[in-house]
Ligand binder design. Structure first.
Ligand code: NIG
Ligand code: FE
Length: 419
């Protein structure tokens, strides 16, 4: 008999999503389900995964959680968020309903630029306090790892302040947070007519400083016709690569300008959004091994009817990933459960495929697939107990938090029934 610190047993369905690589094609629908499943946890790790009968015969523990009638699954991984900002921008949401577009709003003083002043003025402590509230809510909705971007400071000092706030949040919250530098999110007001000067600051000052302080694993860019064009993006990302940053990209969100093709050329880890991606871009991404991250809550929140061509990318053999894009402008959505619902109804993913895209594949998109994203022996014990009879219920119950319990690194960090 082996000793465990915690055993979760009698799960109606235990979704292991077991795999040694990201899932593609039909394999995305294979959730590795164990009926009447159980998990044994020792310290921060998973020590055993099997039927309740097998686990009960092999492990003993003083801590037992009964998951009868429920689904047990890996924590959600949200690999594209912008959670550090000061004010929300609900006025823009209303303006879009009245017919203005995201691009029009951002070119007339709203958009990313309107979030800059407050972030520049805020102290690091304020950013941490605001960020902690948001991240705690995400955790309670089952997200156990996020990627978080800077990009609302757009000066060396304020971008560093944002990244330091992200680093502090990683230390003080239960959430694992992977930091991304997004100094190329927009041209700040003072450089809007002198783009070359801002690019020079990005390359000569910001990137080396962020690297020196080891504040970000990834460098991202908003590559779009009205923001950083392909040529500017290529220059900035090449410099970032030389310094040792891995690359993520906001690519082909609004117009097909060759963002996905650039992601492939530069060897980016991910290309995100891709609503307007070209067939050539899909082909190049497949050849280069770029992972597509799709953000249906953004399309929904922008009130657009055309979603990223998810089925086409699945048919091309790409390992689809989902994320919230949580931010104050284009997607004020912090729930991976909602994203999964939208991915099913608006992009034609099956519930099983959408769950794989939000766990295992999302973990691989952060290069953490060997540690999180599935329930396998030796992996970190980031586990959800969901108040639902089967995984198919997850996208069906739209807009509700169906999480019963969140277990992070082997510890219960949220218990809905004890609220
Ligand atoms: O991913 N596209 C760029 N960045 C965000 C929007 C941020 C904002 O509007 O504040 C996005 O949609
Ligand atoms: Fe984004």
């Amino acid at each position: 008999m082996k000793k465990a610190d915690l055993i979760i047993r009698n799960a109606n369905q235990l979704l292991t999503i077991k795999s040694e690589c990201p899932k593609t094609g039909i394999e995305m629908q294979n959730l590795g389900i164990i009926q009447n499943g159980a998990v044994a946890i020792l310290g921060e790790e998973i020590a055993g995964v099997d039927t309740t009968k097998e686990i009960t015969e092999n492990f003993i523990s003083e801590n037992i959680i009964d998951a009868s009638g429920k689904v047990v699954m890996p924590g959600f991984v949200d690999p594209h968020t912008h959670p550090i900002f000061v004010k929300t921008r609900e006025n823009e949401f209303e303006m879009r309903i009245l017919g203005r577009t995201y691009k029009e709003i951002s070119q007339s003083g709203g958009g990313i630029r309107s979030s800059i002043n407050d972030v520049r003025k805020a102290s690091k402590e304020e950013l941490v306090e605001l960020g902690l509230k948001r991240i705690t809510k995400m955790l309670e909705m089952g997200t156990t790892t996020i990627e978080a971007k800077s990009g609302y400071g757009l000066s060396t000092a304020s971008e560093i302040k944002m990244l330091e706030a992200i680093s502090e949040l990683n230390k003080i919250s239960e959430m694992d947070i992977i930091p991304t530098f997004l100094g190329a999110h927009e041209f700040p007001e003072e450089y809007k007519d002198n783009q070359e000067e801002y690019i020079k600051i990005l390359i000569d000052e910001m990137l080396p400083e962020v690297k020196k302080r080891n504040l970000a694993k990834y460098c991202d860019i908003f590559c779009e016709k009205h923001v950083f064009n392909v040529e500017q993006s290529r220059r900035i990302l090449s410099e970032a690569k030389k310094l040792g940053f891995k690359i993520r990209m906001h690519a082909d969100e609004l117009e097909p300008i060759g963002g996905a093709e650039l992601a492939a050329e530069i060897g980016a880890v991910t290309a995100d959004h891709l609503v307007a991606v070209s067939d050539k871009g899909i082909k190049k991404m497949k050849e280069a091994g770029v992972i597509p991250i799709l953000l249906p809550a953004t399309t929904f929140s922008l009130g657009l009817k055309k979603y990223a061509p998810a089925r086409k990318m699945i048919d091309a053999g790409l390992p689809i990933v989902l994320a919230t894009d949580f931010n104050p402008g284009s997607s004020h959505c912090d729930s991976m459960q909602t994203v999964i619902s939208l991915a099913c109804t608006e992009m034609g993913l099956l519930p099983s495929g959408a769950i794989t895209a939000s766990t295992l594949n999302a973990a691989y998109s952060l290069e953490l697939g060997n540690k999180i994203g599935s329930i396998q022996t030796g992996k970190q014990a980031d586990i959800l107990i969901m108040d639902m009879p089967s995984y198919k219920y997850l996208p069906y119950h739209l807009g509700s938090n169906c999480v019963d319990m969140v277990i992070k690194k082997g510890r219960v960090v949220f218990n809905n029934s004890q609220r």
